[in-house]
Every structure is written in C-alpha cells, then in structure tokens.
Design a protein around this ligand. Structure first.
Ligand SMILES: [Zn+2]
Ligand SMILES: [Zn+2]
Length: 338
C-alpha cells in the first residue's frame, strides 16, 4: 500500500490577500483526481508543484472578492478556473502550443475554503459556470480539457475501433469523448470489475478484466485479428504504455496519455513503427481553448460527467478520501465540499 508516503493535513491558514487583477473564490466543490493521488503517493515534477502546498486543482466556486482593475468576473459570480495559465509570449506559446508553455503559472489549492486566482489565470483561463451546471460538474472541466487535447492527438475517426487501457476518470472521459467522435467499437481494459461495469453503463461495447483475461489475445479476437485502430493508455505505467503498443493494428495510432514518472523509458518494437506504420503520440495537459470547450461540453451535457462523481465528502475528511482512492479503486471521483 502506497498510502502514507505523503503527509496530508487540514490546517488553518490565512485567507489570501487579493492584489490587482486577482480574484478570490470561495470553493464550493473540488474533485479528486488521479494526478493528486499520484502526487500524494510519489511526488511529482518540481516544475509543476512544490511541496508543501495547499493541495488539489479541480475546483469551482463563487467569487467573493476582486482585485483592483477587475471588470470581470463580478462578485457573486459562479466560476471555475484552470490550474494553468500560459504566458502567450514564450517560444512554445508562439507556436500555439500553449499547453507546453515554458513559463506556465500553475494553480494549486482547491482543497480549501478559499482559492486566490492569479491575474494571468483570471485573464486566460477562467469561465462563468452556467446556472444549471453544478459546481461538482464544473470542477471536472480540467480533466475533460486534458482528454479533449488527447482526443485531438488520437484522432478517432468514424467507425474506428478504440481500445482504452484504464477505466478510471480519465479512461472513462476518453470513452465518452471517443463515442462522441464516432468510434465504432470501444473496448475498455481495467482490473477493477466495478469500474468496468460503469464503463459498460457509459457505453463501452466490450470490457476486458486484465486480471482474468489475456488482454492482447482478447483484443485480437474482438478486432478479427487486426488490432485496434486507436489505443489510448490512460493509466501512466511503463507496463501499460508497452501493452498499448501490442494492441494496435497496422496504420493505427497509440496515444500514451497517462504520465509515467520522469526518467521512465519504454521499449518500442521498431518493426511496428516501420512496417506497421503505427503512430505513437503523447499528450500533456491542455490549452485554455480546451478548458473553454470542456465546460461547454459539460454544460450542454454532450459529455455528461455526472456519473463520474461517485461520492461526496467534507474537506475535513480529505485524508479519508485519499485513503479510499488508494485502496478501494471503486470510486471514480470524490467531490470534496469545504
Ligand atoms: Zn486533474
Ligand atoms: Zn508561454
């Protein structure tokens, strides 16, 4: 059991002071995320988060204070903001690769009563939440934004057979997105039966329990010996990255979506890339445009994220929430209510 490697506490801290251009939001709901769990269990790239810190990054709430010079948003407005804001000036931003910005501002601190949103984030990555959308749903904008970016890279076409490894929140969001993109058949792989059950409920055509079945053989069988057109790895382990390469058919695309620990190397069969013309792609994070689209898709229920919130817990129970996520695997997302 990995739980306990990191020290997570609920503490009283001062409500942040709001400076020019900044916005203070009362957090109404913050959802748990695999990334938080990973950081909690094993740490993360220093660039993105420096511990100790207030934790959590998927949230939505109500504006309670605005800094000098702010015309939008207004006090009382229901809002969400992304956990990143690109600089719009660096080489990557100039290439339009805003998710790879070299001077990104990251925003942590969702598991708290209040969160202060930096001026740049207010400007490039904050949105008003439509009245009919709950705070819990709006909090899921962030993972959906990442999935939309990944989906563009995976480029699922009408009628494609798609295999998704992992039926956690990210795998399930990929499932919902691939369905909307017109996938013909979606096969989803996981070790946890409850998750596979939910995947079937959300539209997976076939599910494979990797603990009970030979995944490579089963995918071959379900694709008439051909392999999938698109394979999406949504776990973030070297073993599953390599497995993804074994499930794809000739001319297909593998999207390695789950982040592995820095320094991880994986084996790729050169024959697969050359004679099989397989494309292997990675995807990291999302751009402000993906965030905007994600909230719109949630609001129109084109992508209905409500079934992914499997439990609600109070902020004081945050340790218990991560313990549950670490051990049971049956919960998808827990909404933390301050
Ligand atoms: Zn997240
Ligand atoms: Zn930049």
């Amino acid at each position: 059991m990995l739980y306990g490697l990191r020290d997570l506490r609920v503490e009283d801290i001062d409500i942040p002071n709001v400076e020019a251009g900044e916005v203070l939001v009362k957090v109404k709901s913050a959802t748990t995320c695999g990334t938080d769990l990973k950081i909690f269990q094993r740490g993360y790239i220093e660039k993105v988060i420096r511990l100790p810190t207030v934790f959590g990054h998927e949230w939505a709430g109500e504006v309670v204070e605005v800094g000098e010079g702010i015309e939008w948003p207004k006090k009382g407005m229901r809002v969400r903001a992304g956990n990143s804001a690109p600089c719009l000036r660096c080489t990557m931003c100039r290439k339009g690769k805003y998710n790879l910005c070299e001077d990104m501002i990251w925003l942590w601190g969702a598991y708290a009563e209040y969160i202060k949103v930096p001026a740049r984030t207010v400007l490039v990555n904050m949105q008003e939440i439509p009245q009919h959308v709950s705070y819990e749903e709006a909090a899921i904008t962030e993972p959906l934004a990442c999935v939309l970016h990944g989906a563009e890279e995976a480029d699922v076409k009408l009628g494609d057979t798609v295999t998704i490894i992992g039926a956690g929140a990210i795998g399930l969001l990929h499932l919902l997105t691939a369905k909307k993109k017109g996938a013909g058949k979606i096969i989803i792989v996981d070790l946890v039966e409850e998750r596979l059950k939910l995947a079937r409920k959300l539209g997976a055509d076939e599910t494979i329990n990797a603990g009970q079945e030979n995944v490579v053989e089963k995918v071959q069988q379900l694709t008439s010996g051909y392999g999938a057109d698109v394979v999406i790895e949504a776990i973030g382990l070297p073993g599953t990255w390599e497995r993804a390469l074994k499930l794809v058919g000739k001319g297909g695309t593998v999207l390695e979506f789950g982040g592995c620990p820095p320094g991880t190397e994986v084996k790729v069969d050169a024959e697969l890339l050359h004679y099989g013309e397989v494309t292997v792609r990675g995807a990291f994070h999302a751009t402000p445009l993906h965030f905007r689209k994600a909230l719109e898709l949630i609001a129109s229920r084109t992508i209905d994220v409500r079934p992914l919130i499997t439990r609600k817990m109070k902020l004081e129970e945050i340790n218990e929430a991560f313990k549950i996520l670490s051990t049971t695997k049956s919960e998808i997302k827990i909404a933390i209510i301050p």
